[in-house]
Design a protein around this ligand. Structure first.
Ligand code: FPP
Length: 243
């Protein structure tokens, strides 16, 4: 089978931080800190790889506000720290960083950190890194609909508006969605954009996820046949109904 050589949009649901920490007798927040290190590793890999041009990572779902105020506070602190510590290395690596999701419930400080990181990295052309914070795909779809009007009927145009809703660049639909941590669900992440995504679930906990795991996931992806509702490329024309 021919390998698909177009650069990919990779979506990642970074699950398993809490269980990784608990298994080591550590507080859950230590798992999130280790998760931030894993994200840095994957971003470095993606920026250097040429295989991926867009990476969207799910850092905080709109439903995660239900967690303890201690955990939510630690995560928000970690996002601010990540933006401050990574923005220069993102710029060096040609990574354009943008944050998708609601901003109205974030602190002023975090909103400012986001604006600085987005501004500083706006010229990055190797990789678009989108971090989803206070993100709900259903809510994003409703916002995009509100922006376009309910009469919109061009899915391509709608997809462009949806993907650039928060001011970042318009991006292609997701090609490969990876979820770590053993669960097999989408949890309100990029529902529209994943219409034809290949789904890859692994029991590896997010803090342990590294470039070897990425290679395994990408090899699995390249073995899949993407048909987008069509027929297998090996189907003889006569069988496929050609005249
Ligand atoms: C899900 O694991 C993970 C989260 C809710 C937070 C994800 C955050 C990070 C990976 C931190 C790094 C991100 C940035 C942008 C700095 P979980 O806590 O639900 O794990 P569990 O299912 O084992 O409890």
């Amino acid at each position: 089978m021919e390998r698909d050589l177009r650069p990919l949009h990779l979506g990642i649901i970074m699950d398993g931080n809490g269980r990784w920490a608990t298994a080591r007798g550590l507080p859950r927040t230590a798992g999130h800190r280790a998760g931030a290190v894993a994200l840095r590793r994957v971003v470095e890999w993606a920026a250097a790889s040429h295989e991926v041009n867009t990476l969207t990572a799910f850092a905080f779902s709109s439903d995660n506000w239900q967690r303890s105020s201690e955990e939510v506070g630690a995560l928000m602190g970690l996002f601010g720290h990540y933006l401050r510590s990574e923005r220069r290395s993102c710029r060096r690596q040609g990574v354009r960083l943008s944050v998708i999701g609601r901003r109205d419930r974030l602190s002023d400080d975090l909103r400012d950190e986001i604006a600085v990181a987005e501004r500083l990295t706006a010229g990055g052309g190797r990789l678009t890194l989108r971090i989803a914070v206070d993100y709900s795909a259903r809510y994003a779809i409703l916002r995009a609909l509100g922006r376009m009007g309910t009469k919109e009927s061009d899915p391509e145009r709608f997809g462009r508006v949806l993907s650039s809703l928060d001011g970042g660049p318009a991006v292609q639909p997701v090609d490969l969605l990876i979820r770590t941590g053993g669960e097999q669900r989408l949890s309100d992440f990029l529902l529209w954009e994943c219409a034809y995504a290949e789904l890859y679930f692994t029991s590896v906990m997010w803090p342990d996820f590294g470039s070897d795991d990425l290679d395994v996931a990408l090899n699995a992806f390249h073995r899949r046949e993407r048909r987008f509702g069509g027929l297998p490329s090996s189907t003889p024309a006569v069988q496929a109904g050609a005249a």
